[in-house]
Write a protein that binds this ligand. Structure first.
Ligand SMILES: [Zn+2]
Length: 125
C-alpha cells in the first residue's frame, strides 16, 4: 500500500470512514452516543501536518483529521464540524517531501512553510 499523510479515511478506517458522508455519519453517531451536539462551523480554518497527519485545531483544544480531498473536519472531542478547511495550493508537493521522511514524528508542516524550506530540512534527522 502506498503511504499517505493520514486523513480521515486512514485515521478512522476502523470506524468505516470512506468518504465525507461516512465521516460525518461516524462523527454524528459518536457525538450522539456521548450526548454532544453537532455544531457546524463554516468559517475558514487551516490545515497543517502533525506527525504525518493532516489536522485542524478545534476551539475546544481538540483536533480533527482532515485531508485535501475532504476539505472538512470533525472534532470528536466536542462535536464541531468544520466545513471550510483551507489547504495550501501545493499540498501534494508538501505530502511528497514529508513522506520521504521515515519517522512519522518528523512529518510536520506548519501553515506558511514553503516546500523549499521542507526540502532544506532534509529527510534525515
Ligand atoms: Zn472540538
Amino acid at each position: 500500500m502506498m503511504e499517505k499523510i493520514v486523513g480521515p479515511i486512514e485515521g478512522h478506517a476502523h470506524a468505516g470512514v470512506t468518504d465525507v458522508e461516512s465521516y460525518r455519519d461516524v462523527h454524528m453517531r459518536a457525538a450522539r452516543a456521548a450526548g454532544k451536539d453537532v455544531l457546524e462551523v463554516d468559517s475558514d480554518v487551516y490545515a497543517y501536518v502533525n506527525h504525518g497527519r493532516w489536522v485542524v485545531d478545534c476551539v475546544c483544544n481538540g483536533a480533527g483529521l482532515t485531508s485535501p480531498e475532504f476539505k472538512m473536519t470533525c472534532c470528536f472531542d466536542c462535536g464541531r464540524v468544520y466545513t471550510s478547511v483551507v489547504f495550501p495550493g501545493d499540498s501534494a508537493k508538501i505530502e511528497k517531501v514529508l513522506l520521504a521522511r521515515e519517522e512519522k514524528e518528523r512529518r510536520n508542516w506548519m501553515r506558511g512553510e514553503s516546500v523549499a524550506t521542507l526540502q532544506a530540512e532534509g529527510v534525515g534527522s
